[in-house]
Design a protein around this ligand. Structure first.
Ligand code: GDP
Length: 296
């Protein structure tokens, strides 16, 4: 049975009448709509270009056999390439570490780090029966520390106090020590974000990473960020060995093309999607469904 994604792609890939073979020129015609759809979804331009080039190359090499039309062959090539780019299957959090497993949250201010930290705490408690501690290293915004305290309580996890007088590294070490002594399974570390990438922020989070040796380093990115998501992702990828991505605010009306950009640049799997402001607004990322959304 054809999936919703196949149907969507078939609509975009207009058959070039009477063509029995995939040629350089008819594949370009057929791919025009796909390119438009990706750009409209705010997939970054270089990512779109590379994607289309890869599809073209593979489609030209593909054999048109049996009763398949060139369009149908192209649809399956695109589908495979989308899956390879967007990720296949689902990947939950990796907790394979000597407890406490540390999860470091990275991303710009406003991306949804604090909210996602609490959502993940709830997920880990309810779905994976873990004992979870959270801590905030955002010493620049006392309100951020208080916000984490509030949402951690809602999640039913424990919150480790920190204050603007402390250094982030000192806070992280104290929280880790506490988590060990009290047999926590997981320590979620929320970090300071800035409105834009800056060197001091990157140096600080790198230092935290080195001290905590996290089993997961999650890049939290706002799906509404659009074209700019690629630059943010690149900067975080250069600073940290990212193990996963959380795409937030997918309940907004963006088509979520940032997913494709961020995946391409970081190579890290998109593990979760934020779908509301509420504490239970977190879903395991479904790549195929999301591919359909990006295509419009
Ligand atoms: P931080 O600065 O990265 O810690 O970001 P916050 O966690 O404070 O989130 C910034 C804003 O985005 C807050 O108003 C959140 O309620 C909101 N937010 C976070 N995740 C989501 C989401 O998945 N959907 C929606 N609609 N809002 C979100």
């Amino acid at each position: 049975m054809a999936s919703a994604l196949t149907e969507k792609l078939s609509r975009l890939v207009k058959e070039v009448r009477g063509q029995a073979r995939i040629t350089e020129s008819n594949v370009s015609d057929m791919l025009r709509e796909v390119r438009m759809a990706l750009l409209e979804a705010d997939v970054a331009l270089p990512v779109v270009r590379d994607f289309i080039a890869r599809v073209k190359e593979k489609a030209l090499g593909a054999e048109v056999v049996g009763s398949l039309t060139p369009g149908q062959v192209l649809v399956s090539v695109i589908q495979r390439e989308l899956a390879a780019t967007m990720g296949e299957g689902v990947s939950d959090l990796n907790l394979a570490a000597q407890p406490p497993a540390v999860i470091l949250m990275a991303g710009l201010q406003g991306a949804g780090k604090t909210t996602t930290t609490a959502k993940l705490a709830k997920h880990l408690i309810e779905r994976r029966k873990k004992k979870v501690l959270t801590v905030s290293g955002d010493v620049y915004r006392p309100a951020a520390i208080e916000q984490l305290k509030t949402v951690t309580k809602q999640a039913g996890a424990e919150w480790f106090p920190s204050s603007p007088e402390q250094k982030p590294l000192e806070i992280a070490r104290a929280a880790l020590d506490y988590a060990k002594k009290h047999y926590f399974d997981v320590l979620l570390v929320d970090t300071a974000g800035r409105l834009a990438i800056d060197e001091a922020l990157m140096a600080e989070i790198k230092q935290l990473h080195a001290a905590l040796n996290p089993v997961e380093t999650l890049f939290v990115v706002d799906a509404m960020q659009g074209q700019d998501a690629i630059n943010t992702a690149r900067a975080f990828k250069e600073a940290l060995p990212l193990t996963g991505i959380v795409l937030t605010k997918l309940d907004g009306d963006s088509r979520g093309g940032a997913a494709l950009s961020v995946r391409t640049v970081t190579g890290a799997p998109i593990k979760f999607a934020g779908v509301s402001e509420k504490i239970d607004g977190l879903e395991v990322f479904d790549a195929e469904r999301h591919a359909g959304r990006v295509l419009g």
